[in-house]
Design a protein around this ligand. Structure first.
Ligand code: GLN
Length: 313
């Protein structure tokens, strides 16, 4: 009888082999020019179980651009700073529109539908920035990531940040539109500067799965026992990941995978099986909704084999 760690190791390796054999890989994002340079064939998967066992497969130590996965951590930080006042600036309903959509902002007086679409994440970044210089706010975000992952080597990919800063016209439009309703407090160029840089944080699947542990374990880092957020906050962040973490692909992700998860256009997905495991997967090719194509398929296979869907086996 294999131990549960051995079983998990085997499952992870099998999934990585299955993904390597698939011809369908999705399409790498090119609207941020620097992201187009990434190897479309890369694939990494890391799962950390409740005992701290790290199961890793494929390109699990290659740093990639975490992009919108960073929005889970900025939301956590902002809730720590301003608490429930955050919900005056941003809603918590699924958007049913693309991650960079502007249409709903007009109907709802510049208040974005949730903290994970671009508009919502920009509003959250603006809250973190208030009272700080952009450099300090960014330092705070990076320190938080390093603390959670227990890894001081995590850095920002300046080439990716500069690339988005040059070409992020849509995000400029979203930010100025919100600013016109008084939803942003800081100069738009400062807020977007911090936003582009936190999206450009580079992390490996191993580092991301480490950073997600607190969400899988009621707000606590299971290795140190230290509380990062209280259990209620962890539960609520997970709820928003489930309903909004994959934009207008969130329903499909819940249906197929059945875990709270957050995607980024760099091809990463961070997911949590509450009480059981934190998970990070990376495959740069995206589907039509801008979520990792093989990343989702790999997670679907993982939850099915492990019986980890929150909706039951
Ligand atoms: N930095 C990206 C953008 O603003 C993040 C989008 C994403 O990962 N979905 O467009």
């Amino acid at each position: 009888m294999p131990s549960s760690a051995e079983h998990l190791d085997r499952v992870i390796q099998e999934i990585a082999a299955e993904m390597a054999a698939r011809p369908d890989r999705g399409t790498v994002a090119t609207y941020i020019p620097e992201l187009a340079r990434v190897d479309a064939g890369a694939f990494g998967l890391v799962v950390i179980d409740a005992d701290g066992h790290v199961a890793a497969a494929g390109d699990c130590d290659t740093p990639f651009s975490i992009q919108s996965v960073s929005k889970v951590f900025t939301l956590t930080l902002a809730l720590g700073m301003v608490g429930d006042r955050l919900w005056r600036r941003v809603g918590r309903e699924p958007s049913g529109t693309a991650f960079n959509s502007i249409v709903q902002l007009e109907r709802e007086q510049g208040i974005p539908r949730n903290p994970f679409i671009n508009a919502g994440a920009i509003a959250v970044t603006d809250l973190i920035l208030s009272g700080h210089k952009p450099r300090e706010a960014l330092g705070e975000i990076l320190r938080f990531m390093r603390f959670l992952a227990e890894d001081e080597t995590i850095t920002i990919d300046e080439a990716v940040a500069a690339s988005e800063q040059r070409t992020g016209f849509r995000n400029n439009a979203l930010a100025y539109y919100m600013k016109s309703f008084g939803v942003l407090d800081n100069p738009v160029e400062f807020t977007l500067g911090v936003y582009f840089h936190h999206c450009a944080i580079a992390m490996s699947c191993r580092q991301l799965a480490m950073a997600a542990r607190f969400l899988a374990h009621s707000g606590r880092n299971p290795s140190t026992g230290l509380s990062v957020v209280n259990p209620e906050r962890a539960r609520r962040i997970n709820a928003i990941m489930l309903t909004c973490g994959h934009y207008d692909g969130s329903g499909e992700f819940a249906y197929r995978v059945g875990l709270p998860g957050k995607s980024g256009v760099g091809g990463g997905i961070m997911a949590v099986a509450p009480g059981k495991a934190s998970i990070a997967v990376w495959s740069p090719g995206l589907d039509a909704a801008g979520n990792s194509h093989l990343g989702r398929i790999a997670l679907e296979s993982l939850t099915k084999r492990m019986g980890w869907s929150i909706f039951g086996a």
